[in-house]
Ligand binder design. Structure first.
Ligand code: ZN
Ligand code: ZN
Length: 118
């Protein structure tokens, strides 16, 4: 994987998963080697888990037209150092197709979750 430093403005929400470097703080870097944030961490944007491809996909919080992916590890952990724009950011077609789909899923969930009362 490339050593792309994937940074973002992050969310204002603080990590609540016990990650050794983020707990109690917002997350602004998505490819940090020491990060142990889990999928259900409060800092993690809405994420699609693609088990067939052993990866997760989510929209870059700072650039909603960019889709980030990271490898899924055993036990549901995520290989954060592998986090990078899909196709290394050099294939705009993938972002053009996936970013609107992810945005629709997020909009749908935001609208549906209060109804589902989860
Ligand atoms: Zn973390
Ligand atoms: Zn966390």
């Amino acid at each position: 994987m490339t050593d792309t430093s994937t940074t973002a403005t992050g969310s204002a929400v603080a990590c609540d998963c016990g990650c050794p470097i983020h707990h109690g703080k917002p997350r602004t870097v998505w490819s940090d080697r020491q990060c142990r944030c889990v999928l259900v961490c409060a800092t993690q944007p809405t994420t699609v888990v693609a088990r067939e491809a052993d990866c997760v996909l989510f929209l870059d919080p700072a650039h909603h037209h960019t889709v980030l992916s990271a490898y899924l590890l055993p036990m549901g952990r995520i290989d954060w150092p592998s986090c990078a724009p899909i196709a290394g950011g050099d294939d705009p077609r993938a972002n053009r197709i996936l970013a609107p789909l992810l945005a629709s899923i997020i909009n749908y969930l935001n609208a549906a979750l209060p109804v589902l009362d989860l």
